[in-house]
Ligand binder design. Sequence first.
Ligand SMILES: [Zn+2]
Length: 451
Amino acid sequence: MLLIDNAIVVTMNDDHDVHFDGAVAIDGDRIVAVGSSAAVRAHVSDGPRVIDAQRGVVMPGLVDLHFHTALGRGWIDNLPLTRSLDEFWYPVIRAIEPEDVSRAARLSYLESIRCGVTTVNDMYRHIDALASAAEETGIRAVLSNVVADGEHALDTLADNEAGFRSANGAAEGRIEVRVGIEWLPLSSIGLLHDASALAADLGSGVHIHLNESVGEVQNSLERFGRRPTEVAYECGLLGPNTVAAHCVWLSDTEIGLMRDTGTQISHNPTSNAKLGVGVARVLDYRQAGINVGLGHDSTEGVNTGDLFEVMKFASLVQRAVRMDADLLGASDLLEMATRNGSAALGHDTGILAEGKKADVIVIDLDDLGFTPLVPGNRDHLYSHLAFAASGRAVRTVVIDGVPVMEDRELLTVDEDEVMAEANEAFVRVLEKAGVRFVQAIMADPSERDRP
Ligand SMILES: [Zn+2]
């Protein structure tokens, strides 16, 4: 048994209960007690292992609902979406070998753990390599491939099915596999139908980029005569087991389809902003009753896996464009980053309550950035967590009942080795993929002016 004691416990339950002198007890992979320190201690027997969380907040781990393993941070800072895909991402993921996928995934997962992310919804290639990195680092991972029509030389549905058969349910269920569709511009109607049939056959879910850019909407209208979400709906791809990433340019009709099918949306505002694709109507999606979680997308796009940054930016960008300072408050943001993301994946995490899976993080309040903090004031505390915190404030991370970082020390993998191996891997992949640094591309006037 594991006891996290002497903490402020932020439960994220329906009543937003916070226990200011609280504790959480964990037995195996489940939370068995949450409440005041005295009550939880009375519940615990047999000399538990104790994590003293003094001057800390214990809260549910964050869920990164749209995630790609990544290796090329800082290489394509100025490229718009389609060019970043065609001139960087696709060449890299076509060239990368499983061994380097494993290195990239270990780097990406460790960074997320350091930032308090306990679940990633990762779309990338070579599922077995991703699964071994997830198993080793201790993160909870939902994995899918980058499936597209054959001529694009990415993944096939057969690859994704093979990944499902070998890795779904691994690490005592901590690893799951879903069907991943890259996006509609690389898909035929037949592929989309086959993808939804495969997901249904496997009893699995779907992860898809959907309605990310105006260009994608135009492409869909030209090729199919309908908007992306309408096409996805007709092909059976929408539903409660589908996470649709981005959804920046949904029409009212598309919002209705998302709502009526119970489709889950991953909102990725930092990625959308950095790639210059727009600002999603996320308030309208929430008002329609659609479940919306948050994702960072990839460190190749946004340079950091810190979901606290995404939380804060989600609110700031809506307030800026709508000129309204009362949009997306701290409790909305914390819900999106925890329980909404968990619900989107059908997981039993995201809330600290008896019987839930034990994905728990400790935030260090002993910091100038969280000062002042009025004792016993929940809303003040929420403000710090949503608007002042960054991943660097995370002190301890427990996933599936297992401590994977304690007092900022990673317990599962050697961090120095992971960094050294990722550096080597990127140099190797760059050479093989032949992709240039963005400044070299943009310094060439004929290149710079391309659409
Ligand atoms: Zn993405």
